[in-house]
Write a protein that binds this ligand. Structure first.
Ligand SMILES: Nc1ncnc2c1ncn2[C@@H]1O[C@H](COP(=O)(O)OP(=O)(O)OP(=O)(O)O)[C@@H](O)[C@H]1O
Ligand SMILES: [Mg+2]
Length: 268
């Protein structure tokens, strides 16, 4: 089992931000977490990484029961890509060093690296089609290039679990599709990690993500097979507005059914 959450809740300032979350992820079962702004997605990821502690419930990640495990060590087996990480990185660092720092799950590169590390970084950069960016300063990279470097950094430690928190934020449609293609390729690598992809955009749920967790107001609205959950009826219930869907190449695009639906909904 990669992730095993049993009745996990997290309370802050007298409010349950997450309530009674039970979720199991098996090896190589790639999941998407879908939810509107503020539904608790990032909080859930912070719990999984051990950055915050559950108020109630049990967490076991990669076979490590929280409370009986060294979280710093565990975090080295979890790749993590998020916009908050992007903001913490030293802007004047070259891309290659940012990738190498992934070996130590550190924000800057302070530890010694050897030739094997450099070869590994080169190989990952090549696979992600960004070897030409290696000597560039991070701050000179485009948003799409930065995201690829962050994924390369996360892969440096050969993680068993790779968490991508809204990796397509700020990307244009072409860069987004490039990044999604790359993510799809990762799911096909025999030795690759189990992926958790967090988004609020249904169309980013690639066919390789066979499972979806729908999070709403801090509770699991539904979870299970993507094909069962991403239909007009279920999504209309989830968003509480009539939704129409379009399927193309194994992906689902959604739209509000009537153009004045949202106005009506908001005014109600
Ligand atoms: N440390 C905290 N203290 C108080 N409230 C918090 C804290 N962290 C998160 N929250 C609240 O919990 C709710 C869920 O936040 P979270 O960041 O998990 O949402 P999200 O699903 O990731 O949203 P988004 O799609 O906007 O990133 C929000 O209402 C947020 O304000
Ligand atoms: Mg978030």
């Amino acid at each position: 089992m990669i992730i095993d959450l049993k009745n996990v809740s997290w309370k802050r300032d007298g409010k349950w931000v997450l309530e009674n979350i039970s979720w199991q992820v098996k090896e190589k079962e790639h999941w998407c977490i879908l939810g509107l702004n503020g539904s608790g997605k990032t909080t859930l990821l912070n719990l999984i990484n051990g950055y915050i502690w559950p108020t109630k419930g049990e967490i076991e990640i990669l076979g490590n029961k929280f409370g009986k495990t060294d979280l710093r060590k565990l975090r080295q087996s979890i790749g993590w890509v998020s916009s908050s990480l992007q903001q913490q990185l030293p802007n004047d660092e070259i891309a290659e060093n940012i990738v190498l720092s992934g070996k130590f799950a550190s924000i800057g590169l302070y530890d010694q690296t050897d030739e094997m590390d450099k070869e590994k970084a080169d190989r990952i950069l090549f696979e992600l089609k960004c070897e030409h960016l290696k000597k560039r300063q991070y701050q000179t990279l485009s948003q799409g290039e930065r995201q690829r470097i962050l994924i390369a950094r996360a892969l440096m430690a050969s993680p068993k679990l790779l968490i991508l928190d809204e990796p397509c934020t700020g990307l244009d449609i072409i860069s987004r599709e490039h990044l999604l293609k790359m993510i799809e390729a990762l799911t096909k690598q025999p030795e690759g990690p189990t992926l958790i992809y967090v988004t609020h955009h249904v169309e980013e749920v690639l066919p390789c993500f066979k499972k979806v967790l729908l999070l709403k107001n801090g509770v699991v609205f539904d979870s299970g097979s993507t094909t069962n959950l991403l239909n007009a009826e279920r999504l209309s219930n989830f968003y509480q507005v009539p939704i129409s869907i379009n399927r193309n190449n194994g992906r689902t695009w959604i739209a509000l059914k009537e153009k004045d639906t949202l106005t009506t909904h908001v005014l109600q």
